[in-house]
Design a protein around this ligand. Structure first.
Ligand code: MN
Length: 260
C-alpha cells in the first residue's frame, strides 16, 4: 500500500507517534506498520514524538534568507524545518526495529531498497529519498549562480552541450515533470554528467547513481512566492546555485566519496 509523502508532509508533523500509551489499536500495530497501513492521520500529527535516530535533520548551511529574493526565507524555513524534518522523522519511524537497515547511510539504504521488507519499503522509498534529496538540495544552494569553472564547466561542455543548453534542458525537464518530483544532473565515477528527472522523492541514488546537483519541483518548494509559475522558479533557481560546492561534489564523485 503506497504511502505518499504528500499526505505525510501535508499534516505538518508527520512522524509523530501517539504519546499516550493506552492499549489502542494504533499502539499495538506499531508506528511503522501504521504508516504503511493507513497513511498519516491528522490525529498522529498532533503529538510529535518521533524516534531520535538513526537519521537526523542537517542544519541549513546558511541563513534562511540567504537565497532571497529568488527563494524566499519563509519557503526555506518551512521547507527545511517542516518538510525535510518530516521525511527524517518518518524515515526513523520506519527504521524502528530494523537494526541492520538502520545502520546504513541513507544512500546505501536507497540502493538496497529491493532487499528491504515489503511492509516498510514504500515508507523507506519516500522518506529516505526525501531525506537524501533535501540534504543534497540545501548543499547546492546558497551561492551566487553564474557559471562553474574548471572540471565542472569542462564536463558540462563535453556532456551536456554547454551551460546554456544544460540550463534549458534541465529547466524543461523540471517543467515537464508531472506533479511532484525532482530534476537532477547526475555524475558517474568517470565524471560523466547526465540529466535525469524523477517523480515524488525518487532519486538516482536508488540505482546506485550519484547526484551532482538537483532542484525540487514539488509545489512546496516554490508555491508561496511563485504560485503555479514553476517555470519562473526553475529559471530563478540558477541564481542561487553554489558552484563551489558543486565543484567539490564533482571531485568527491570521481573519488567515490560522494554520499547524498
Ligand atoms: Mn521539498
Amino acid at each position: 500500500m503506497e504511502v505518499t509523502s504528500v499526505g505525510l508532509t501535508n499534516v505538518g508533523v508527520a512522524g509523530a507517534r501517539p504519546a499516550s500509551v493506552g492499549p489502542t489499536r494504533r499502539n499495538m500495530l506499531g508506528f511503522a506498520a501504521l504508516l504503511a497501513a493507513s497513511g498519516a492521520s491528522r490525529a498522529l500529527a498532533q503529538v510529535p514524538v518521533p524516534p531520535a535516530g538513526p537519521h537526523s535533520l542537517p542544519p541549513l548551511p546558511y541563513a534562511p534568507d540567504a537565497n532571497e529574493p529568488h527563494v524566499d526565507a519563509q519557503t526555506m524555513t518551512l521547507h527545511h524545518d517542516r518538510h525535510h524534518a518530516a521525511y527524517v522523522a518518518n524515515l526513523n519511524a520506519a527504521l524502528k526495529d530494523q537494526g541492520t537497515l538502520a545502520a546504513l547511510p541513507v544512500q546505501d539504504l536507497l540502493a538496497r531498497l529491493p532487499e528491504t521488507p515489503e511492509a516498510i519499503r514504500a515508507a523507506l522509498r519516500n522518506n529516505a529519498g526525501g531525506h537524501a534529496n533535501h540534504a543534497m538540495f540545501w548543499q547546492v544552494m546558497g551561492g551566487k549562480g553564474g557559471n562553474p569553472t574548471g572540471a565542472v564547466l569542462a564536463a558540462v561542455d563535453r556532456d551536456l552541450g554547454g551551460m546554456d543548453a544544460m540550463r534549458a534542458a534541465f529547466s524543461r525537464m523540471g517543467l515537464m515533470q508531472f506533479g511532484s518530483g525532482w530534476v537532477f544532473v547526475t555524475v558517474d565515477r568517470g565524471g560523466k554528467l547526465a540529466l535525469a528527472a524523477r517523480p515524488n522523492q525518487d532519486t538516482p541514488l536508488m540505482e546506485g547513481g550519484r547526484v551532482l546537483l538537483g532542484n525540487d519541483v514539488w509545489e512546496h518548494a516554490y508555491y508561496l512566492k511563485y504560485q503555479n509559475r514553476r517555470a519562473d522558479y526553475l529559471a530563478a533557481w540558477w541564481n542561487v546555485v553554489n558552484w563551489d560546492v558543486v565543484a567539490a561534489r564533482y571531485e568527491q564523485a570521481r573519488a567515490g566519496t560522494l554520499g547524498v
